[in-house]
Design a protein around this ligand. Structure first.
Ligand code: MN
Length: 206
């Protein structure tokens, strides 16, 4: 009997492609989701297929190459999934978080403004393609900011990801040309703090 295994799938957005304007135009978001995010889904599944095929044929796979492909593509799949969840149309987004997350950010950074400044500095200083991520370190139970290169380099295994910002050029080039700082500044208007708060609550209750 054939065993059915789950594969990666492109998650649908919780809003329309035009709903994040002016932060992201319909064209920018559509291409990002249906082309770029979809490519990482396909890449992750292709790596899994290589493993399946080799197992079926009883031959060796190139384990090192496939491990790298999985790290990059699964990283891309997962970070984009979180990124879309972290965003919401203006009116349902922006401002600053309240509750326990707001308290934790104030305690760690001194103020929300200071957190925002540091996160912006991390995002704008990524060399080449990557991400800024608000994380919670399970080791010391403190919020921290992680700078991810590509989708998978500099990832700290002890940090749970709460909120991410994609700073690959493909995330903003149609709307902002090469002006990453303008894109990062506009991002704050569309942060879905309810979602970030929810991710935080799920982590700390475990
Ligand atoms: Mn992207």
């Amino acid at each position: 009997m054939e065993i059915t295994k789950k594969v990666y799938q492109l998650p649908p957005l919780r809003y329309g492609y035009g709903d994040l304007a002016p932060f992201l135009t319909e064209e920018q978001l559509t291409i990002h989701h249906t082309k770029h995010h979809a490519a990482y889904v396909a890449g992750a599944n292709a790596a899994l297929d290589k493993l399946e095929k080799a197992r079926k044929e009883g031959v060796d796979a190139d384990q090192k190459a496939i491990a790298k492909e999985l790290s990059f593509n699964v990283g891309g799949y997962m970070l984009h999934k979180k990124f879309w969840e972290n965003l919401a149309p203006a009116g349902k987004a922006g401002g600053s978080p309240g509750g326990r997350l707001g308290d934790e950010l104030n305690k760690e950074f001194g103020s929300f403004e200071r957190f925002k400044k540091e996160f912006t500095q991390v995002a704008t200083s990524v060399e080449g393609s990557g991400w800024a991520a608000l994380t919670y370190c399970m080791g010391v139970e403190r919020p921290m900011i992680m700078q991810i290169e590509k989708h998978n380099v500099n990832v700290n295994p002890g940090h749970k990801i709460l909120m991410v910002l994609d700073v690959w050029e493909h995330a903003y080039d149609l709307d902002y040309k090469n002006l990453r700082p303008k894109y990062v500044e506009a991002f704050w208007n569309n942060v879905n703090w309810d979602d970030v708060q929810k991710k935080f609550e799920e982590i700390v209750k475990k």
